[in-house]
Ligand binder design. Structure first.
Ligand SMILES: CC(C)(COP(=O)(O)OP(=O)(O)OC[C@H]1O[C@@H](n2cnc3c(N)ncnc32)[C@H](O)[C@@H]1OP(=O)(O)O)[C@@H](O)C(=O)NCCC(=O)NCCS
Length: 217
């Protein structure tokens, strides 16, 4: 298995991606939490990489299994319009999912982000990069609160994390696995330049697997 890019302390990445453009600036300076002296820093913290992406309107930060993130995740997945193609979550399955997501960030250096409004800090949804070992594929994911649909947020967040993903991960393409009837999600994928790769089954559900290939450098 490849080793993810890891760094000492906290790395902050800023990506500005407006609806019509993506302008990358590289990783900022690494810095440790000033409130904690080096000798007090737990070993696991000292090698954590916290990736924060910023686009024109959005801030993306990794999910954690903290109580506040558990509440955000459960709140997002209580709306039946949001969960139509996803299934719902209770407290236990949320803790399990977010714990697995934390582990994914630690072991592979990618995962999903909490998406917030840069203007007022409002929680808008989730987006980022999953990994499916059964396919050995990295998958782009996007799920937003119902009241946040229709603003281009999913597309803007995806432009940001896809740019970052191709810069960070040695993958030839990133997949998007979409239920055949999920037309809104399909529109997001097509807007981003994904094309159809194959039909498959994911967790017992049919999906159309789309692919976005690594851009020529
Ligand atoms: C899939 C999902 C994220 C798509 O959300 P969305 O808001 O439709 O997608 P975008 O953020 O790309 O927004 C595009 C829409 O915003 C409009 N829009 C408004 N302002 C915009 C702007 N500044 N820039 C771009 N688009 C803008 C577009 O015209 C488009 O509208 P349309 O759908 O009427 O054509 C959302 O439907 C969702 O969360 N679904 C439930 C979860 C889910 O199924 N996830 C996917 C699993 S595979």
């Amino acid at each position: 298995m490849w080793e993810p890019h890891r760094a000492q302390g906290l790395a902050r990445v800023r990506i500005r991606a407006g609806p019509g453009h993506v302008d990358l600036s590289g990783p900022g300076p690494l810095h440790a939490d000033p409130a904690v002296s080096a000798c007090e820093l737990p070993v696991t913290r000292s090698v954590d990489t916290v990736t924060v992406l910023e686009t024109e309107r959005l801030r993306l930060r990794p999910w954690t299994a903290s109580e506040s993130d558990i509440a955000l995740w459960m709140g997002l997945h209580t709306d039946s319009e949001v969960t139509e193609f996803l299934g719902s979550y209770n407290w236990e399955s949320t803790v399990e999912r977010l714990t697995a997501m934390e582990k994914l960030w630690t072991t592979r250096g990618h995962g999903q982000f909490v998406v917030e409004s840069r203007a007022d800090g409002r929680f808008l949804g989730r987006a980022g990069l999953n990994y499916w070992p059964q396919f050995d594929e990295v998958e782009a994911a996007w799920t937003f609160r119902r009241e946040a649909w229709g603003n281009g947020y999913a597309t803007e967040a995806a432009k940001g994390f896809l740019e970052w993903g191709f810069r960070t991960l040695p993958v030839p393409y990133i997949a998007a696995m979409i239920h055949p009837d999920n037309l809104r999600s399909k529109r997001v994928a097509l807007r981003l330049g994904f094309t159809v790769l194959r039909s498959d089954i994911l967790n017992k559900h049919p999906v159309i697997v789309h692919a976005l290939y690594r851009p020529e450098s």
